[in-house]
Each structure stands twice: as structure tokens, then as C-alpha cells.
Ligand binder design. Structure first.
Ligand code: ZN
Length: 565
């Protein structure tokens, strides 16, 4: 079946059908394992239905945020999903307290109970109205950013439509694009600040109600981090400051020199090469045809997956009016189908949709077919982003297909951006620790905190001349800060893991692929550090790992001749 033909039906969540609402009590009363497992199966069918319909509605809503039907459906889930979460919580409670716990552990794997205990701590029925309000506030942020109409050089553009201009070889065009963006944010600054302040107050209130010191602690539970805590994350950031920031600054210095720029500004950082940034030359149809070739040559598993995606029309990648910003991969469990959403803009980012989002989709495609329980398809985002970022580096040999003679340029920019990302990612994480540990900060103080962190993580950035950004407003472009608090360190850990896969592939490509596939196959069964170990890698949080990784990427870039780029 094609995506457009998939039927949508709103699941009953308010109130939840008695058949499902009574499951926790029935589970508690179950007299044998067999009964308990069949009740669990019933619940899993309901999870599959709700997730499928919610994601289907979410996709159709983000594809056209002006569609009144799906806007209304989206509002329904914002208000009612917390009831579903409550039911899920009661089920977890029943399973955790079950006299058949040991047998269940064997059936579901140990990760399930570890995660269930953490997510139970981050939920109580009293916070349901707050969760609904949190959803509503996040949607209002998303709506505001998606509805942005930015006047630029006689045209009216959305954020994604503006991005290619930020990479233009012409400095005046780049500066104008940044200025247009900053001006839009400045005009909506009060609203952006208001939404964020409300989110902080609300999240803090929920955390206190659950007995946490701050929302930070609640967020670690919510994100089911079972193998590291905030001290480990702080130590990781410290390593990045010490060992990556100086190398990143040297790469940027080299870039400005290559481009003949002496007085560099923020708009010069996106311009990597005098001959222009590497970009695919082909229209989207050809990109997809080449993608099909790439995945069929990479492995039998990826060929089967990509053919399935194409046959089902499971991509929506063209940028158009009313479409939400960004890119994501989600899944429709009832149809065993992943879905990829993106906004193609003619930059190298389009190819990364094909590798990054397809890395997510590949894992999801496999897990939906191989895992016995839907709970075993769940894992933390540090793991999920290894699937995607790992795929980005393991598909390197096919980049000449897309970039032709610019492939070397692509490798250079992709690897140097991977290194440069780590300071930025850690800064976003650090910022969130500050604002949630100090919910009393005013909006102006938060903007100041951002500027202070810039000095620590990106000491070479110069915002002079760009409205709003020069006052510390850059972070409001970062959707995750509003929508997915504390997500960013997951990217940093996964980026480090992906670089380890890159290192491994330098030694032995087929061994690296085998280790990737084994990691993908085990995704929902082990926490991050154990999963890394199972694929034969250290955790990037271990002392010295980041330094050696950063040094080796830097050395590789140094031996590339960037003078002709
Ligand atoms: Zn991703």
C-alpha cells in the first residue's frame, strides 16, 4: 500500500476503551504467565494502533500545517496522549510488580524494566494537565516557526528556503540571509521568550510535583538514561572543551584563510570553500535513483529496505508552503513502515537525508520485523542517532555518485563538521542545564547565558552586525531546545560513536559494516555504553576517547589537500 492510501482513524483516548483501560487490573490478577503474556499482547496491539494513528496524523499535519483536519487531530493528541501515557505507566507498574517478573525479564529483556522504572518516576496522573499544556506550547512554537514568511531579495521565503542563501559564495548574500533570519526572530522575540519561559515554569512545576530537585533530573529519567548521569555528561563536555574546541577553531581559521576572509563573521562560517560548498547536481528523482543504487550495493539488507520505502512512497522531501521545518524519521508500526520527512534545499543536506534519516528508517524497518515485542523497538536517542550518523559515514564510498568530482570536498566538509558539531552540541546541552537548574532566570539572563557559553565553546564566533543574534538569541532557532529538552547530548555521543565507525571502516570496511548491523539488530536490548561495548567499542565518555578520536579526524583532514577546494 502507498502512503497516501493508508487509512486514518482516530483512536479513542478520552476516555480510553474499557477493554484496554481494564488491562492493568487484569494483569495484576493474572494467575499464570500465559494469561499475563496474552494481556500484554492485547496492550501491544493498542500501542501499535495509537502510535500508528498518531504518527500518521503527525506526518500529515507537518506536511501541510494549514490542513484544518490534521491540525485538529494534532490538537487532539496534544490533549489526550497523556491519558495513553498514564495507561502505559499503569501497565509498566503491573509488570514490574508481577510475581512473574523473572520470566517477564527473560521474555522482554532487562532493558525494558530498567527503562520502565525510570519512566515511571517521570510520570504521575497529577501531571497530566501539565503534559497536555506542554504539548500545546511546543506545538505553538512549531507553528510559529513553520509559518515564518521571511522577506528576502524581493521574495517571501520559509526558513528552509532561506538556507541555501546562507551558504552563497557571495558574502553580501550570506550576510543578508542571516540578517533576514535574525530580523524575523527579533520581531517575534517576545513571543519566543514567552513560550520558552512558560515551558520552563511548567516543566519545573512537573519536576517538583514528582519530587525531583529540578527538571534536569526529571529529564534524565524521562529520556531513560540508565547508564550515565549528569556528572558523566559534564565530564564529557569538559573533554570536548579541552580537546575539540581548539581543533575546531583551527579548522575555522584554516577555512577563513582558504576563503581569503580576514575579518570573519558568523555568516562566513557557513561558507566552506571558495569554489562553493559541495552540493548535489541532480534533481530529486535522480538523487533517489542513485540512492537505490547505493543501498542495493551496500548490502542485501539495505536493498530490501530501500526498495520497500520507494514502493510505499514513504518519503516526503520537497520543501513547500505550509510544510513544517526540519527533517525526521518516524514509523507506522501497524504497517511495519518507517517514514522519512525532509525539506530538500539543494545543499549537501539533501544527501544526508538519504543517509541520516534512512539510517533511522533502516533500523526501524528491521526492528519492526524482527522483535517479538513492540517494547523491544524502543531505545534512547543516543542509540538511535548512531543508526543515522553511522549510516552517514558507512555510505562514504558512494558519495562520488552524488557529488562527482566534489566528493573529496564533501568528505572534508562532512568530517570537519562532525568535529565542529561536538562543541555546538555540548553548548546546547550545557545551556539547558543552566536554564533548568535556574528557572528563575529572566529571558535577558538566558540570552546572556547563551553568549557566555559561546565564548567557551565557539570562542571564534562573531555575531556583529546581525540583529538579535548579537544579543544572544541564536538558540531560539534550535527546535530541540523547545521541543526535545536535553536531546542534544545524545547527538554528541552518537556523533562520537559514528566517528568510531568511520575509524573502524578506515581499517576494514566490511568488518565495520558487520559491527554496525549487529548494533542495529540489538538496539532495543541494551543501554548505550553496553551496546557500544557489544560492537567492540569503548564509550565516548571514557577518559581519553574524545581526545584520540578528535586527533585522528584532525590528522586525516590535515593530510587532505584543501588548497584546490
Ligand atoms: Zn537523527
Amino acid at each position: 500500500m502507498k502512503f497516501s492510501e493508508l487509512p486514518y482513524k482516530r483512536p479513542a483516548l478520552d476516555p480510553i476503551d474499557e477493554k484496554y483501560a481494564s488491562l492493568p487490573a487484569q494483569m495484576e490478577a493474572a494467575e499464570n504467565l500465559e494469561t499475563l503474556l496474552s494481556l500484554l499482547k492485547e496492550f501491544e496491539a493498542f500501542v501499535s494502533e495509537v502510535m500508528t494513528m498518531y504518527n500518521l496524523s503527525y506526518i500529515r499535519h507537518t506536511v501541510d500545517t494549514r490542513d484544518a483536519f490534521y491540525e485538529q487531530e494534532n490538537a487532539y493528541y496534544d490533549a489526550c496522549l497523556p491519558y495513553f501515557e498514564q495507561l502505559r505507566n499503569e501497565i509498566c507498574r503491573a509488570l514490574t510488580a508481577s510475581p512473574f517478573r523473572r520470566e517477564l525479564e527473560r521474555e522482554l529483556g532487562p532493558a525494558f524494566f530498567r527503562n520502565a522504572e525510570l519512566s515511571m518516576r517521570a510520570f504521575a496522573p497529577e501531571i497530566i494537565p501539565d503534559l497536555a499544556e506542554e504539548n500545546r506550547l511546543m506545538s505553538s512554537y512549531q507553528q510559529l516557526m513553520a509559518s515564518a514568511r521571511i522577506p528576502f531579495q524581493g521574495q517571501i521565503l520559509t526558513f528552509p528556503q532561506l538556507s541555501p542563501f546562507k551558504e552563497s559564495p557571495d558574502a553580501a548574500v550570506r550576510k543578508a540571509a542571516f540578517t533576514a533570519e535574525g530580523t524575523f526572530l527579533q520581531e517575534h522575540g517576545d513571543e519566543l521568550d514567552r513560550i520558552f519561559s512558560q515551558l520552563i515554569q511548567l516543566r519545573t512545576k512537573m519536576a517538583k510535583a514528582l519530587g525531583f530537585q529540578s527538571f534536569t533530573d526529571m529529564a534524565y529519567c524521562r529520556r531513560t538514561r540508565s547508564c550515565y548521569g549528569r556528572e558523566d555528561v559534564a565530564a564529557f563536555r569538559e573533554q570536548v572543551i579541552r580537546h575539540v574546541v581548539p581543533l575546531s577553531s583551527r579548522l575555522i581559521e584554516k577555512q577563513h584563510k582558504r576563503n581569503g576572509i580576514s575579518d570573519a563573521h558568523v555568516w562566513d562560517r557557513t561558507f566552506l570553500f571558495p569554489s562553493g560548498n559541495p552540493a548535489p547536481a541532480d534533481p530529486p528523482e535522480i538523487i533517489f535513483r542513485k540512492g537505490k543504487q547505493m543501498y542495493s550495493e551496500l548490502s542485501g539488507e539495505t536493498k530490501e529496505f530501500f526498495d520497500f520505502m520507494l514502493k510505499g512512497d514513504l518519503f516526503d522531501v520537497l520543501s513547500k508552503d505550509g510544510k513544517a521545518n526540519g527533517g525526521y524519521c518516524t514509523e507506522l508500526p501497524a504497517f511495519k513502515a518507517p517514514f522519512v520527512f525532509a525539506n530538500f534545499d539543494g545543499t549537501s543536506g539533501d544527501i544526508e537525508v538519504l543517509t541520516h534519516e534512512c539510517g533511522h528508517a533502516f533500523e526501524s524497518y528491521r526492528a519492526m520485523r524482527s522483535m517479538k515485542h513492540i517494547f523491544q523497538c524502543e531505545y534512547t536517542m543516543d542509540i538511535a542517532e548512531i543508526h543515522s550518523m553511522g549510516m552517514e559515514v558507512l555510505t562514504y564510498p558512494w558519495m562520488p555518485l552524488f557529488f562527482g568530482k566534489d566528493a573529496d570536498k564533501f568528505y572534508y566538509s562532512h568530517l570537519s563538521e562532525a568535529l565542529r558539531f561536538l562543541p555546538y552540541g555540548c553548548m546546547v546541552d550545557h545551556f539547558q542545564h543552566i536554564v533548568y537548574d535556574h528557572p528563575e532566570l529572566t529571558s535577558a539572563q538566558r540570552h546572556d547565558a547563551w553568549l557566555n557559553l559561546e565564548r567557551l565553546y565557539r570562542p571564534d564566533i562573531n555575531y556583529d552586525g546581525i540583529p538579535y543574534y548579537d544579543k544572544g538569541g541564536w538558540w531560539q532557532r534550535q527546535l530541540h531546545i523547545y521541543m526535545h529538552p536535553f536531546y542534544y547530548i545524545d547527538y554528541c555521543l552518537a556523533q562520537s560513536a559514528a566517528l568510531m565507525f568511520w575509524q573502524a571502516a578506515q581499517q576494514d570496511r566490511s568488518d565495520a559494516w558487520t559491527r554496525y548491523l549487529s548494533l542495529v539488530n540489538k538496539a532495543g536490548t541494551l543501554p548505550f555504553t553496553e551496546l557500544m561495548r557489544s560492537a567492540g567499542f569503548q564509550s565516548p565518555m571514557e577518559d581519553g576517547v574524545i581526545k584520540s578520536l578528535a586527533d585522528s579526524v584532525f590528522a586525516y583532514l590535515e593530510q587532505m589537500d584543501d588548497s584546490h577546494f
